[in-house]
Structure formats: C-alpha cells, structure tokens
Design a protein around this ligand. Structure first.
Ligand code: CIR
Length: 260
C-alpha cells in the first residue's frame, strides 16, 4: 500500500462557503434545505482534517457571487508538472476560476481551457499516469479534447469516459490507491475501467464512491458502513467526515479541495 510519490500531496486549496451557499446548484429533491451552521461546521472539520493529515492549507475567501465556490475542485486540475484552469460548464460557476488561478500560479505553470471548451475538475480522475476525463452535462468534447492535448504533452495517457446521468465522473468513481478504483455499480460496468481492479459500493451506498485518498489515508463520508468494511482490507487508515449538508448541494469530499 505504498503511495506513489506522484500521489502524495503537500497542499490543499480550499474555499470558505458563502453565507448564501444554499442558492447553489442542486439536483437533490426531497431533502431538507441545507443548514448554514451545520455546513460551516462540516467544512471547518474537513479543513481541520486535511491539516491534521499534514497538508498546508491555502484558503480562499467566500464570495456571495459564487454560492458553489467552495466546491473548488471544479475550477482546476492540478498534477505534479502543471495545473489546468477549468472552464466550468455551469455559467453561474465560470467566474470561480478568477481567484483560483492566481493561487495556483504560486505553485504550478498554468494552462487554460478556452471557449467553446467546458470542463469541471470533478470530471477529471487521475490514476497514476492515466487521466480519465468524464463527458458530462458539465464537460463537453471540446473541453475534454483541450485537456487531453495538454496532458498528453506531459506524457499522460488520457481516456474519455461517458458519465451518463450523474453530475461528475468522480461522483461515481475515485482512486483509492495502488491503481484500485472505488466505483458505483453503474461505473463498474463502464468499459473504460475494465482493466482496473475495482471495489464496487452497494447501490444504497453510492454516495461513498466519492472517497478521498490523501497520502496514506482514505477519507470517506460518515454513515456508509458497508463501504468502510470494503475499504478496510486496503490497510490505509480510514477517517470519516459528516457530509450531510454538502451532499444536499450535490457535493462530495473530493469537491471541497484541490490537492497537490
Ligand atoms: C454544482 O452543481 O456545481 C455544485 N452544487 C456541486 C459541485 C460538486 N462538485 C464536484 O462533484 N466536483
């Protein structure tokens, strides 16, 4: 279970949720509206855990113009050699990149997705030297093609992956280390992942497929005991975080930070 040096993170960019975060985009139906105090507390616990796991935190202030801004993962894709500033597919989120680009410029050379390309970072999954790029309602072919061309210059293999009905690729599949994927049943059947060893979450625990690998730890949402039992044999320390409020806004653990 040694972590590939390219998968070891030192930094995380996070963004404080805006007080009007409940005005963000969501497809969740039949759920109570998110509770602001609980959201702030859950976000603070998330940041505290990343710190505890040894990451240096680069915080970005909230901006009420961007109620989805704390889902900062969607604004960029960062890898050891460079960073690519995304062009979020939802028009209401496009301006979120303006404060993220100067922050990332402190650490990496930047590339940019240009119109007509649209791409959300949540659609981009790196597994060692391969990137999967989800084609979704937020990421179009032009965005995926631009991203693939940049990544290939750095000698990454790139595979487009249809996302289907879900929001983002990483809503349904994440890398849990050593080239292993944690997937929903739907993504497990996606042909692009055929060569990978997969841990398939139970249908009633689909939300837990968005689990976060941080160095030797796995951070998973609280309340998914079957998935936890499936992950325990991997030998990484597992930590759980309450994610009830971000979930109401279609967000998961990976969405809340950019790790590099
Ligand atoms: C949105 O719909 O854009 C936000 N409410 C949720 C974004 C979640 N981001 C992610 O999965 N990477």
């Amino acid at each position: 279970m040694a972590t590939d040096p390219n998968d070891r993170f030192k930094y995380a960019i996070v963004r404080q949720p805006a007080p009007n975060f409940g005005d963000g985009l969501t497809t969740a139906v039949g759920m109570e509206p998110p509770d602001p105090d609980r959201m702030m507390a859950q976000h603070a616990a998330y940041v505290a855990l990343l710190k505890e796991l040894g990451l240096f935190i680069w915080p970005i202030d909230a901006d009420p113009a961007f109620p989805d801004g704390h889902f900062v993962e969607d604004t960029a894709v960062v890898f050891p050699e460079a960073a690519i500033i995304a062009r979020p597919g939802a028009p209401s989120r496009r301006g979120e990149t303006e404060v993220v680009a100067p922050a990332l410029a402190q650490f990496r050379d930047l590339h940019f997705i240009e119109p007509p390309g649209e791409l959300d970072g949540g659609d981009v999954l790196r597994v060692e030297r391969r990137f999967f790029i989800g084609l979704s309602h937020r990421t179009n072919e032009a965005g995926a093609d631009q991203m693939a061309a940049i990544l290939r210059k750095y000698d990454y293999a790139v595979t487009p992956a249809p996302v289907g009905d879900g929001l983002h690729l990483k809503s349904g599949v994440t890398h849990v280390g050593d080239g292993r994927l944690l997937t929903t049943p739907a993504f497990a059947n996606n042909a692009v992942f055929y060569a990978f060893e997969k841990i398939i979450v139970e249908p009633d625990e689909a939300y837990a497929a968005n689990t976060l690998l941080i160095n030797d730890h796995l951070v998973m949402p609280a309340g998914f005991p079957k998935t936890r039992r499936q992950l325990e044999p991997l030998g990484r320390e597992i930590r759980e975080l309450e994610m009830s409020e971000a979930r109401k806004m279609d967000g998961g653990l990976t969405c809340l930070s950019l790790r590099f």
